[in-house]
Design a protein around this ligand. Structure first.
Ligand code: SF4
Ligand code: SF4
Length: 195
């Protein structure tokens, strides 16, 4: 080590140079606008693509969208969905989910179930405050999922729009109403039992 370097090191040690150097960072941040959110008094604005609690959706006339096809259950990598489907007595050949469960403790919020659903009956919301001391309450049943869907309908729709799964246009709405047959441009005649 040269004499110059040695004397520089001695001088830096005498003046506590490293402490002052580190304090520079502290002083710099003291005068900056803080970016910490004081949760829960302050809450972040979530983007429409946010993957929060899952919800089941109804059509505008109140009918359940879910046709109990089980595709969401098959797509779920965590195996946390259970669908029990039944025949709809009022609409022959049509099925619905008589029971629907999602174990949120196992959910990894990947959104695969939403993508797999052919009728966009599932969507994700911006709801993320459902922590609890009793994990049994995190087994969301059909009623709870539809309740979330009703309370967070706007967010759920925005999620579907943001992920290009649904379009916010009249044609899209009418098609969804009459799945699997479009009423705008019918491609086949109405089955006898429905006419
Ligand atoms: S978000 Fe993913 S892990 Fe959660 S229920 Fe849907 S498919 Fe399963
Ligand atoms: S939510 Fe969708 S994918 Fe799952 S059972 Fe219902 S219709 Fe099928």
């Amino acid at each position: 080590m040269s004499v110059g370097t040695l004397s520089k090191k001695i001088l830096q040690a005498a003046l506590f140079y490293e402490i002052w150097d580190a304090m520079k960072v502290t002083f710099k941040h003291m005068f900056r606008k803080p970016i910490t959110f004081q949760y829960p008094r302050e809450q972040r604005t979530m983007p429409d693509t946010h993957r929060g609690a899952l919800a089941l959706l109804r059509y505008d006339d109140g009918r359940e969208r879910c046709v109990g096809c089980d595709l969401c259950e098959a797509a779920c990598p965590s195996r946390c969905i259970k669908v029990i489907s039944s025949e709809d007595a009022e609409r022959p050949l049509q099925r619905y989910a008589s029971e629907f469960y999602i174990d949120i403790t196992k959910c990894v919020f990947c959104g695969y179930c939403v993508e797999a659903c052919p009728v966009n009956a599932l969507a994700m919301t911006k709801m993320y405050e459902f922590s609890t001391h009793d994990k049994r309450t995190l087994l969301f049943d059909k009623k709870r999922l539809y309740d979330i869907g009703e309370r967070h309908l706007d967010e759920a729709k925005k999620y579907l729009y943001a992920h290009n799964q649904e379009k916010n246009v009249e044609e899209s709405r009418e098609y969804r109403y009459y799945f699997p047959q479009s009423v705008i441009k019918a491609t086949q005649s109405t089955p006898k039992h429905l006419s």
